[in-house]
Design a protein around this ligand. Structure first.
Ligand SMILES: NCc1[nH]cc(CCC(=O)O)c1CC(=O)O
Length: 314
């Protein structure tokens, strides 16, 4: 490295959203970098950035519209030099980054499963006929409608605490939250059960934290390389290549999960009609070196099998 490491006098600025989960993730990146380079916390500055998606809480995300609702302001700060790195939940990230930014550093992936959260019901299978469940995720809503057309789906937004309060108020009897977020916040106990991927395939990149940087910043590139988790990189390469070929984002009813088995990668994918009336699933196995090709290939297959009109988002 030509440039010196960050120091308390010249701290590395870590940009993040202000939600409890986002802050936890930013602190985790600081911890990993600190451990890798023997740096104190004071060598880093955590910069909280307000994003559009966090400020409008009374509308479904698809109504607010536009890409990068949770990332635009953070990426602008990164480009402007107001921050040096940005920490993100990879499942919220578009498949293409703005010119001049790179997103290729991932921490080891957490639990990829969705959690079933309910004060009174033990699992998805135990939900009574016609029960009201809350979710604002297009993927989860479509997957639920497909399996349980009897359920009534209501919009549910906000952080874990807000959603728990809504459940207590009886707005819905159950909701769904990524186990990864619950585990990180020490709140896994609110999940009555974790839903197996076979029952509900998770979102592409669920459970993975990514660190974005300026392409030209070689000092930061070298630092991030030291904390990058290779297996997570391979899995996300496959899942995100599939998502990209499907023109998907975190606001489309698409699920995908790659797992490594020895030197092989096993990728599963699912696309749904938003109303859950139809789902198309597929899988690919191949070498880990061909991760992105596997993802594109599976996307092509799913596209080829989808009747016209299936992709309301394309
Ligand atoms: N879309 C919001 C979001 N983005 C990342 C997570 C959880 C953490 C993760 O998947 O890494 C969540 C909340 C949720 O789906 O429960």
């Amino acid at each position: 490295m030509t440039n010196p490491l960050p120091s308390p006098a010249q701290p590395l600025k870590i940009g993040t959203r202000g939600s409890p989960l986002a802050l936890w993730q930013a602190h985790e990146v600081r911890r990993c970098l600190g451990a890798a380079f023997g740096l104190p916390d004071a060598a880093f500055e955590i910069v909280v950035i307000k994003v559009t998606g966090d400020q409008i809480l009374d509308k479904p995300l698809k109504e607010i519209g536009g890409k990068g609702l949770f990332t635009r302001e953070i990426e602008e700060a990164l480009i402007d030099g107001g921050i040096d790195i940005a920490v993100h939940s990879m499942k919220d990230m578009p498949t293409v980054q703005p010119e001049g930014l790179v997103l290729d550093c991932y921490l080891p992936r957490e639990d990829v499963r969705d959690g079933f959260v309910s004060p009174g019901v033990a699992s998805l299978a135990d939900l009574p006929q016609g029960a009201v469940v809350g979710s604002s995720s297009l993927r989860r809503r479509a997957q639920l409608a497909l399996r349980r057309p009897d359920l009534k789906l209501v919009e549910f937004r906000g952080n874990v605490q807000t959603r728990m309060r809504k459940l207590e108020e009886g707005v819905a009897v159950a909701t769904f939250l990524a186990m990864a977020g619950l585990n990180r916040l020490g709140m896994a106990h609110v999940a009555r059960s974790a839903i197996a991927p076979e029952e509900m395939l998770p979102a592409v990149a669920q459970g993975a934290i990514g660190v974005e940087r300026r392409a030209a910043d070689e000092r930061v590139a070298a630092m991030l390389a030291a904390i990058h988790d290779g297996p997570t990189g391979v899995r996300l390469a496959a899942e995100r290549a599939m998502l990209a070929r499907l023109d998907g984002s975190c606001e489309t009813p698409i699920a995908g999960l790659a797992v490594i088995e020895g030197d092989q990668l096993w990728l599963r994918g699912e696309i749904l009609r938003p109303d859950g009336s139809e789902s198309i699933t597929g899988a690919r196995r191949g070498g880990v070196a061909d991760a992105a090709a596997l993802g594109r290939d599976l996307a092509e297959e799913l596209l080829g099998r989808a009747p016209s009109g299936f992709f309301s988002w394309r």
